[in-house]
Every structure is written in structure tokens, then in C-alpha cells.
Design a protein around this ligand. Structure first.
Ligand code: URA
Length: 243
């Protein structure tokens, strides 16, 4: 990889700014001053320093966000703010994108990465990664609903869902539930409740597989995944963690 690209990727400025940094004699490769932006380096092998400080090269970024209910899960949108818009510039330079989609009004666990392979594996219908949602429902959720969800329900477009594991936390005029599903059809949780004549009034994703939303994260906050969390994701997708 070209040294100017590597430094720009790592947040040392635009290509132009990085060129000036090089020209000023601020960059060393394996201890030797380097002025040409065209010089190639191997990020795995070569030591690069800027103003005497070692550049730690990384290709991928893996973030967990507690998504607020007013952002779009996309990289850009013509009308609304997206989850990427609220990231820090040092994270945006990695050009990350959300893994899967949460509706604009849905809160909770959203993974954001620039690792296309992990994204593909986690969203593949072949991988039955359970996604668990907490929801408040307008109406009384019953054991009959639990039974129906366990067999899958038929959505408004005729699609019969895979089984969903419905747990009733409280039941009344308004009910609280947790639902685990392994698919990600458009508005799936809302439409599954519509299929049994009920309406979701609040929805939050709390878990993906065994990966829990960090309760320390307020709405709109995010952090990097820990090594254990990342290893877990790689293990369930049969990928190796090379970070
Ligand atoms: N199901 C929904 O209806 N909405 C979401 O955001 C996620 C799952």
C-alpha cells in the first residue's frame, strides 16, 4: 500500500496534507526518512513513524452503537441524519456502514463496521443468528401468541416466518415482551405482531446471538467491540479474527 494512502487512512489528513507531512521530513519507514508519497509499505511488516510516533495500522473497525430512535441505519440519506453522521471523524475515515438495518424509530444494538465479509456472514439468511428485541405492545400478549410465534406467522405479503421465541415479560392493556427471531425481513417484528392483531409501540434490539447491548451506552453512544465480543462474532460466522 502507498504510504500516503496508509497515512490518510489512519487519519493523518487528506492525501494533500499527508504529502506535505512527508515532504517536511516528518515520516520514517523502518527508521529511514521517507519523502515520497508513492513509496509502498507493507503495513504488516514495516514500521512507520510520524514525528517519532509509531503508526498503528488497522484495516477494520468494529463498533457497537445504542441507536437512538431518530437516525436512519444507512451511510447516507437525503432527508435524515444517519447513524454514520454521529460517529467521530477518526472513525468515519474507515468508511464504516451498519450491519443490517433497524427502522428509524427502533432503538438499541447496532453493529457498525467496514468489514464486508463479517457483514455478509452476519446478515446471511443461512446463518441463523438470533436477534432479540424488547418491545412494548399495545394490547394483551397471550400464551396463544407465544404458541403461534413458535410455529412462525404469516405476514401481510403472505410470507410465513421462521419460528420466533416470544417471552411475555408483562401482560395487560399494554404488554412487554422479548422476541428472538433469526431473520431480518423488512419491519419483521412489527409485522409479526400485526399478524396476530397487535401493534408494536416501542422496539429496541437488545442482543445478537450472545452479544448483548452494553447497558453503559446511552442512546447515541457507541464504543469499539472488545476482543471477546469480536472473537465471538467471528466464531459464529466461521471467520478468523485477523485484527
Ligand atoms: N423488526 C422491526 O419491525 N423493526 C426493526 O427495526 C427491527 C426488526
Amino acid at each position: 500500500m502507498r504510504i500516503d494512502k496508509l497515512l490518510a487512512n489512519m487519519g493523518y489528513g487528506t492525501r494533500k496534507e499527508v504529502k506535505a507531512l512527508l515532504k517536511g521530513g516528518n515520516v520514517r519507514i523502518n527508521g529511514q526518512p521517507e519523502k515520497s508519497p508513492k513509496t509502498h509499505v507493507d503495513p504488516e511488516q514495516d514500521s512507520v513513524t510520524v514525528l517519532g510516533e509509531e503508526v498503528e495500522y488497522r484495516e477494520f473497525i468494529y463498533l457497537m452503537m445504542n441507536k437512538p430512535g431518530d437516525l436512519i441505519s444507512a451511510t447516507e440519506d437525503a432527508h435524515d441524519m444517519t447513524v454514520i453522521d454521529i460517529l467521530q471523524p477518526e472513525d468515519i475515515i474507515f468508511e464504516p456502514f451498519p450491519i443490517g438495518r433497524l427502522d428509524k424509530d427502533t432503538e438499541g444494538l447496532l453493529l457498525i463496521t467496514n468489514d464486508g465479509k463479517l457483514n455478509h456472514r452476519l446478515t446471511s439468511p443461512k446463518k441463523d443468528v438470533g436477534k432479540t428485541y424488547y418491545a412494548r405492545i399495545d394490547g394483551r400478549v397471550t400464551d396463544e401468541d407465544v404458541e403461534k410465534f413458535s410455529k412462525g406467522v404469516t405476514l401481510d405479503d403472505g410470507y410465513h416466518t421462521k419460528p420466533g421465541e416470544l417471552v411475555i415479560l408483562s401482560s395487560g392493556d399494554e404488554s412487554e415482551i422479548e422476541l428472538t427471531i433469526t431473520e431480518g425481513k423488512f419491519h419483521q417484528v412489527k409485522r409479526m405482531f400485526e399478524a396476530v392483531g397487535k401493534r408494536v409501540i416501542y422496539l429496541k434490539r437488545i442482543r445478537m446471538g450472545d452479544l448483548e447491548l452494553d447497558p453503559e451506552l446511552d442512546l447515541g453512544e457507541y464504543r469499539e467491540l472488545s476482543d471477546d465480543e469480536l472473537n465471538y462474532l467471528f466464531s459464529i460466522t466461521n471467520l478468523e479474527n485477523t485484527e
